[in-house]
Design a protein around this ligand. Sequence first.
Ligand code: SF4
Length: 106
Amino acid sequence: MALQEPPPAGASSWKDVDEWRPEGACYQSEQWYHWYPELAPSSSVAVQWKRDAIETCLQCSVILLCSQYAEQTKQVAGIWAGNVRTGSLYKNRIQESVEADKEEGS
Ligand code: SF4
């Protein structure tokens, strides 16, 4: 796996997120909600989602870019680059997406 290097410190390339994010394993996963374990229906499911997401992150070719992006943009929810971020800023919006996916799948 060839890791994609983040830009040098001070470079303002975060607007290029649309270029690297589609290459992220989470972006390509049908279980993208595993990166938001706070939405899991139970604590045991949350643990499983976290484990799956973190293991996947550790195999992701854009983990370095992702890590730096998460720090720079102060992400407060979900799992980024294998790190669990806490917060609920986007919880309602994400919850709506999860529920919409469930309805589509039923
Ligand atoms: S490192 Fe993890 S959160 Fe970041 S893009 Fe890859 S799979 Fe997604």
